[in-house]
Design a protein around this ligand. Structure first.
Ligand code: PLP
Length: 234
């Protein structure tokens, strides 16, 4: 029997898939509903491509500059989502490179995405970022604003609302994190119910290295993992 030595990254990807599957099965979910995203910040393209070769078909980018620097070297079989704070004047650099912007945190940003995608004839999938724990330090809409914002997005021809994204509070206890993930799941149901075009609204991006199994048990369809795949960031 020949045994191929797995690189660390490949082994970590395999382990993450296993944990996602186990967490899903435990709550009666179909594991194929959940996508593993490799969060690439500070990671070299070589390592990122190892994750892609190991079966991770989704990359998450935080910084425009870093994406532009590394983009050419990426294995193009993976899809790219933008997940970081996005300034309106940088939108034009990424609309042709990403298939989803998960971090829409203002109407002004939505308007700019609409404008830039109209120019290149593309319909961009977007998620609204929710500051579910109402943290001072974080961007995103409050839960109260989400319904109204989702209504407004209906007028945008080049933008398609697919769901919601959140970043758990750093250092939170498990019960607090569970509570907010659950709130996110209910919020997704709310906007799905209120939108006629609701067949597209089915994505809940939540859970990172520290809490992704919990996120899966609370309904996440994308988990975003950085350190858990690539090790500690410098
Ligand atoms: C860095 C980052 C992650 C991944 O965090 P880890 O703790 O390394 O798994 C996920 N989502 C966003 C928006 C991030 O900025």
């Amino acid at each position: 029997m020949s045994e191929k030595l797995l690189t660390d990254t490949a082994a970590n990807v395999a382990e993450a898939f296993e944990k996602i599957k186990a967490a899903a099965v435990l709550v009666g979910r179909d594991p194929s509903e959940i996508r593993l995203m490799a969060v690439t910040k500070t990671v070299s393209p070589d390592k990122i491509n190892e994750a892609v070769a190991a079966g991770c078909d989704l990359l998450g980018e935080n910084r425009v500059q870093e994406l532009l620097e590394k983009y050419e070297q990426y294995d193009k079989s993976a899809e790219i989502h933008f997940i970081g704070r996005l300034q309106t004047n940088k939108v034009k650099y990424i609309v042709d490179k990403v298939s989803m912007i998960e971090s829409v945190d203002s109407l002004k940003l939505a308007e700019e995405i609409e404008k830039r995608c109209a120019k290149i004839g593309k319909i961009m999938d977007v998620l609204l970022e929710v500051n579910i724990a109402e943290e001072e330090s974080k961007g995103g809409f409050s839960a109260k604003e989400i319904l109204e914002v989702s209504e407004k997005l209906k007028d945008f021809q080049h933008l398609r609302l697919r769901g919601l994204m959140t970043i758990g509070r750093f250092g939170a206890e498990i019960e607090e994190t569970r509570h907010y993930f659950e709130k996110m799941r209910h919020l997704l149901v709310d906007i799905k119910t209120k939108n006629i075009d609701n067949i597209y609204i089915n994505i809940l991006s939540m859970g990172m290295s520290a809490d992704y199994e919990l996120a899966v048990s609370e309904g996440a369809t994308i988990v975003r993992i950085g350190r858990g795949l690539f090790g500690a960031r410098k």
